[in-house]
Design a protein around this ligand. Structure first.
Ligand code: PBG
Length: 322
């Protein structure tokens, strides 16, 4: 006897398939990461991330306005400073590149969600996410600098700050500093489960933040660990994180699902530079259909539990899913 169940009945037409579709993505759930550098008229291609550019503030404002018009409301800012030093001064200088860009963007697009990536690695001459003592990243000394950077970003108009450094205790210290400076309403999006990942490869070129020695394994998470991700997100929430993040996204869908089940705050996932570059490269070689694969990857990330997706595909995805 033929089975009674015929799941194909609900796959028969596009309208039926759409009616029973479980997972959807709204453009307002997408965050578009952008890179800003000093100077003017820059639109410098990043070789390993086709379609992504380093902008100067003038061109960035125009670009962000165009992307905003496509339905993307949220942007994540990374800065390439004019000078780097041992303590990452431009991260918390009022005239630092991200602070300058925030002021201009805020003026041009007062309703946009402007998220400031909060880390020292783009600003230190050694490329590590914190300051060094005895050749190692010093957790507690770094916290004060991160707190200063958060306040500078909030003062410049950041809608949210997003610490990506993976120092212990940073969320609590940043929360304290923001509250003391009168920014109790600025939320913290914590890169909580951030893995020491080879998928950040192209970002090294995009943000010029390669460590001058060693790697980030003493502060970012071991890719082999899943349970530890829950520990990290719960710690960050206890310290005051308003949103938590899993990063990278596609290779860590299991972690994403567990985090979504474990917490009651919104969960973000970051489809990182290497995830983007892999799709681009294969598409350019003619080996797969870019739109189809990118949509599938984003849907998988959403299906696994991401409420918010940070992706270099945001401008296109807003149209695909809009
Ligand atoms: C640095 C930072 C990195 C990314 C976001 N913030 C790189 C790193 O930790 O080495 C990676 C983003 C990407 O690869 O797209 N704090």
């Amino acid at each position: 006897m033929f089975p009674i169940d015929r799941p194909r009945r609900l796959r028969r037409t596009p309208a039926i398939r759409e009616m029973v579709r479980e997972t959807v993505i709204r453009p307002s759930q997408l965050v578009y990461p952008v890179f800003v550098k000093p100077g003017s008229l820059h639109r410098d291609p990043i070789r390993s991330m086709p379609g992504i550019f380093q902008w100067s503030v003038d061109t960035l404002v125009e670009h962000v306005q165009e992307v905003y018009a496509k339905g993307v409301n949220s942007f994540l800012l990374f800065g390439l400073p004019s000078a780097k030093d041992a303590v990452g001064s431009e991260a918390y200088d009022e005239k630092g590149i991200v602070q300058v860009a925030l002021r201009q963007l805020k003026q041009a697009l007062p309703d946009a969600v402007l998220i400031a990536d909060l880390c020292l690695c783009e600003y230190t001459d050694h490329g590590h996410c914190g300051v060094l003592s005895d050749g190692a990243v010093d957790n507690d000394q770094t916290l004060d600098l991160l707190a200063r950077a958060a306040v500078a970003q909030a003062r410049a108009g950041a809608s949210l700050v997003a610490p990506s450094d993976m120092m212990d205790g940073r969320v609590g210290r940043i929360r304290q500093a923001l509250d003391a400076a009168g920014f109790a309403e600025v939320p913290i999006m914590a890169y909580s489960a951030k893995y020491a990942s080879g998928f950040y490869g192209p970002f090294r070129e995009a943000a010029d933040n390669a460590p001058a020695f060693g790697d980030r394994r003493s502060y970012q998470m071991d890719p082999a660990n899943r349970v530890e991700a829950i520990r990290e997100v719960l710690l960050d929430i206890a310290e005051g994180a308003d949103l938590v993040m899993v990063k990278p996204a596609l290779p860590y869908l299991d972690v994403l699902r567990e985090v979504r089940n474990a917490v009651t705050v919104p969960v973000a996932a970051y489809q990182v530079s290497g995830e983007y570059a892999m799709i681009k490269a294969a598409a350019q070689a003619g080996w797969l259909d870019e739109r189809r694969v990118a949509e599938e990857a984003l849907l998988a990330i959403r299906r696994a539990g991401a409420d918010i997706i940070l992706t270099y595909y945001a401008p296109e995805a807003a149209q695909w899913f809009g």
